[in-house]
Design a protein around this ligand. Structure first.
Ligand SMILES: Cc1ncc(COP(=O)(O)O)c(C=O)c1O
Length: 370
């Protein structure tokens, strides 16, 4: 195990370390919302702090599990398939990250294989390596349908992880894609995990969860991005009651329970969520700006329909390019760690910078590329 962890690469951090040494650098690298946690949520936390701060149930506070269900039920269709969703199907975790770790640790044996989209959020690979699993990355969709490669890998794997809308491309699954993926995993008997931490930030269409079409599936969510609460570390997973018993054991071993005060603040955030609409409209304006400017530069990229990332091809080695661009005043994340098809792509985050900063960063990019 020690060797396994020692081998892991945490290389993207190199970018933020280098960028933080350049005072005027425009930060389009980090996935941190530019909004601070709304004041009414902080106020609620202050108020609750005067009350007893004890352990909570390992599953999390009942009221938070109820609030998470209320949030899920606002989606077009709620997964897992066949479930009449209730608080007993929710386990609260320390961010979506711990939910994902608990799933890997309790559902996969060493050497089991997980199939990931290409590109995908890099920590899926890290978690799978820490847990001793094998992973394979393939392009899930082409021309609106599941690729033959994805079908083969789903059949051949114990678990498939999808993220909608995605980090790093901003793609949000269409209803057809969600249905096809969900049904395919269902027919193949492969566990489907859908990471939906960005589902409140879908811009031009509805959010569709593939779990609605798959019985053996799990939804992962959190307050981190939707409510600008990344540091509060509250997330959850939604699954059938039986596997939740196993996830509980992993949580017992890792954390005991998520911090109570942060759970209380999260209940308030979910039930008093007008701020989310405001954030979505600000992100949408930034998405429109970035979309227009990248098109003017004739860069090859897909318009993000959700999340707050865009992933253009810059036609150069992504590491060399990003390290060089920090010197010129804009920080972006190299595409290479996201997957084999992304060696010349870069990830820009429009969640963390306002329109003026985005324009300044894109001016520098334009000077370099056009
Ligand atoms: C796709 C994706 N999933 C999960 C997470 C982590 O969420 P949390 O902060 O709730 O652990 C992130 C954070 O960047 C993410 O981009």
């Amino acid at each position: 195990m020690r060797q396994r962890v020692g081998d892991l690469s945490l290389s993207i951090r190199k970018i933020s370390e280098k960028a933080s040494k350049h005072e005027d650098c425009v930060r389009l690298d980090i996935g941190q919302p530019s909004f601070d946690t709304p004041e009414h949520i902080k106020e609620k936390a202050r108020e609750e702090l005067s009350k007893e701060q004890s352990y909570t149930s390992l599953y999390g506070l009942q009221e938070l599990r109820e609030a998470a269900v209320e949030g899920e039920k606002k989606k077009q269709k709620v997964g897992p398939k066949g479930i009449d969703l209730g608080p007993e199907d929710v386990m609260v975790t320390v961010g979506a990250t711990q939910a994902l770790y608990a799933i890997f640790a309790s559902m996969l044996s060493t050497e089991d294989k997980v199939v990931l989209d290409d590109p995908c959020w890099v920590p899926y690979k890290t978690i799978s390596e820490v847990n001793g699993n094998r992973w394979e990355q393939v392009d899930f969709f082409e021309d609106g349908g599941l690729t033959e490669e994805a079908k083969r890998e789903i059949e051949d794997s114990e678990m498939v992880v999808v993220n909608t809308p995605t980090n790093p491309t901003g793609h949000a699954l269409t209803k057809k894609e969600a249905k096809e993926l969900g049904e395919y995993a269902d027919d193949s008997g492969t566990l489907l995990v859908s990471d939906e931490v960005y589902h409140r930030f879908v811009y031009d269409r509805d959010h569709y969860s593939p779990t609605a079409y798959c019985e053996n599936s799990i939804v992962v969510g959190s307050v981190s991005k939707s409510h600008a609460m990344t540091g509060w570390r509250i997330g959850w997973l939604i699954a059938h009651e039986e596997p939740i018993e196993d996830f509980k054991k992993v949580s017992r071993a890792m954390i005991g329970c998520p911090p109570k005060i942060n759970q209380l603040a999260s209940i308030h955030a979910i039930r008093n969520d007008r701020h989310v609409d405001n954030m979505r409209s600000v992100y949408k304006e930034r998405r429109d700006l970035i979309d227009r400017r990248l098109n003017e530069m004739n860069l090859d990229f897909k318009e993000p329909q959700g999340s707050f990332y865009v992933f253009p091809d810059v036609g150069r080695d992504s590491w060399d390019f990003c390290l060089e661009m920090i010197e010129k005043g804009v920080a972006m994340v190299p595409g290479e760690p996201f997957g084999p098809g992304s060696k010349e792509k870069v990830r820009l985050c429009f969640g963390s910078a306002d329109k003026e900063e985005i324009n300044r960063g894109l001016d520098i990019l334009e000077q370099e590329l056009v």
